[in-house]
Ligand binder design. Structure first.
Ligand code: NDP
Length: 503
């Protein structure tokens, strides 16, 4: 992997990407395209087709047909080999993919490089599972019967992605789904089509047959067409809770299965016996890494009143030194917000919070620096005097904004942590091992980190309680989320049974 990357010149012609339907790289039938704006320069750097109903229908139809071809007939071990090969190809193309992702969403190139380095692990892990999807032979329920189960692919799966980490979120879905033998129509977010389209070129090179993986690009309307298509057997969606509700309703109309990975408002809970230096570092990582644009952002800091002032001053001191700048810069610590509307949303939440009585400890505005004027930057922001009932404590901002809420004892920390419609992640900072486990068991969240924050792995289940989602991704069971269990009953007797008696 090279250590330098070149940004396209700001006045360069936008790069044109096409989408993948079956074996073909095509534009939309309507001829319409949409633009992707680079969040650092504020300029259009790429365009992609705006897929309509005919495009989505073609992609779903071809995906459905792929099961009747070599993909459906392929031995599971061979399927697994090709999935692992896809992982190797990602490793070879990692630099290009990281650059495209950073150009699209403005995240730090060094973070994207880190993600891309980890990504082959998903394809290796799940590729290894393709030939281990064993059914069971239950003990004979009656004499002269053989019963066994099979795990068959659920069918065509619509994968709908957000803009913050397109290829990582895609891997959570695609790697186990391919292992299960499914086919896919992927819809990346309108802000970030490029890396997914570049990735899709690797699929054929890995020997995965045409039609198994299709990519349609467009906005939420394209996503809606996909979820409503009767040929889609399952939708796996990552995005906001508001869109997830729409996706679930649309999928319900034809009883498509859903996996939903939705929003969060995760608490980082710091007790007075915690190592405050480590906690401060974890809180900064939880809310300011990726400019807070992560679903598990530790956007609520619950801190014991005894250490409140000291912790807030440590975090504020660190926040003031965070280096904002070019996402391609080796020393940049925080890049821009991904797009203008999201920047406006982040800024509006600071106004909402201060109107409700919160006070700005640091940040709270766009940076003054002229070099950052074109990009969608927002300062790392800490808000104190927050009550958990305020909108800033209850609603997801998806930006570098931390709401600080004091607590007096363990009981009230747990109550505040759980008094929220979300349940995606939580951090617990304490040196008391008994308290760590007690609180970890009581907090309603799909992932709890103790003296750590924001770690994920292909081998560890991930997902949300409450309105943070339905289902789990990653871990051994993820492949099952892409299968239907079939029970086969075989009569071994030579007798004919009474047709009017059950069983
Ligand atoms: P959105 O919900 O706005 O969009 C997500 C995807 O859904 C996009 O591709 C979008 O298209 C599409 N979409 C929008 N409306 C519909 C619809 N009615 N039917 C079908 N598809 C639709 O989320 P963001 O892209 O803004 O991502 C941020 C959100 O994602 C945050 O809430 C964050 O917490 C969550 N997230 C959750 C994660 C998790 O694992 N739990 C991980 C990462 C993010 P388009 O944008 O092109 O219009």
């Amino acid at each position: 992997m090279t250590e330098t990357a070149t940004r396209p010149a700001v006045d360069a012609e936008p790069r044109e990407f096409d989408m993948l339907i079956g074996a073909d790289w095509v534009g939309a039938r309507s001829g319409e395209r949409f633009a992707s704006v680079n969040p650092f320069t504020g300029r259009v750097w790429a365009t992609a087709p705006a897929a309509g109903a005919a495009d989505v229908d073609a992609a779903v139809t071809l995906a459905g047909k792929a099961l009747d071809g070599p993909w459906g007939a392929m031995p599971a071990a061979e399927r697994g080999r090709r999935i692992r090969r896809l992982g190797e190809l990602i490793a070879e193309q990692a630099e290009e993919l990281a650059v495209l992702e950073s150009l699209d969403n403005g995240k730090l190139l060094r973070e994207m490089r880190g993600q891309l380095k980890a990504l082959p692990g998903w394809y290796e892990y799940f590729g290894g599972m393709a030939d281990k999807l064993e059914g069971v032979t239950p003990p004979d329920p009656k004499p002269n019967l053989l019963v066994y189960t099979r795990h068959e692919p659920v069918g065509v799966v619509g994968l709908i992605l957000p803009w913050n980490s397109p290829l990582l979120i895609l891997a959570n879905k695609l790697a186990p789904g391919l292992a299960a033998g499914c086919m896919f129509v992927i819809k990346p977010a309108e802000q970030t089509p490029a890396s997914v389209l570049a990735f899709a070129k690797l699929v054929a090179r890995a020997g995965i047959p045409d039609g198994v993986v299709n990519v349609v690009t467009g906005d939420g309307r394209t996503g809606q067409l996909l979820t409503a298509h009767p040929g889609v057997a399952k939708v796996s969606f990552t995005g906001s809770t508001a869109s997830g509700i729409k996706v679930m309703k649309s999928a319900a109309d034809h009883v498509a299965r859903v996996t939903l990975e939705l929003g969060g408002k995760s608490p980082n809970i710091v007790f007075d016996d915690a190592d405050l230096e480590a906690a401060a570092n974890g809180v900064v990582a939880g809310i300011f890494a990726a400019a807070g644009q992560t679903c598990v952002a530790g956007s609520r800091l619950l801190v014991h009143r005894r250490v409140h002032d000291e912790l807030v001053s440590r975090i504020a001191a660190r926040a003031r030194t965070i280096r904002l700048g070019d996402p391609f810069g080796e020393t940049t610590e925080m890049g821009p917000i991904a797009f203008q509307e999201q920047l406006d949303k982040v800024a509006s939440y600071v106004d909402i919070a201060t109107a409700e009585g919160a006070s700005v400890v640091t940040g709270g505005k766009r940076p003054d620096s002229p070099e950052l004027a074109r990009g969608f930057f927002f300062e790392p922001t800490i808000l104190a005097d927050v009550d958990n009932s305020m909108r800033i404590a209850q609603e997801e901002v998806f930006g570098p904004v931390l709401a600080v809420i004091p607590f007096d004892d363990e009981e009230s920390a747990v109550t505040i942590a759980n008094d929220i419609p979300f349940g995606l992640g939580a951090g617990i900072w304490t040196d008391n091992v008994r308290r760590a486990h007690r609180v970890a068991h009581r907090v309603k969240a799909g992932s709890v980190w103790v003296n750590e924050y924001r770690l994920t792995s292909y081998s560890v289940p991930f997902g949300g309680f409450k309105q943070s989602g339905i289902g789990r991704e990653n871990g051994m069971d993820a492949v099952r989320e892409y299968t239907e269990t079939k029970s086969v009953w075989v009569n071994l007797s030579d007798d004919t049974r009474d047709p009017f008696v059950l069983g």
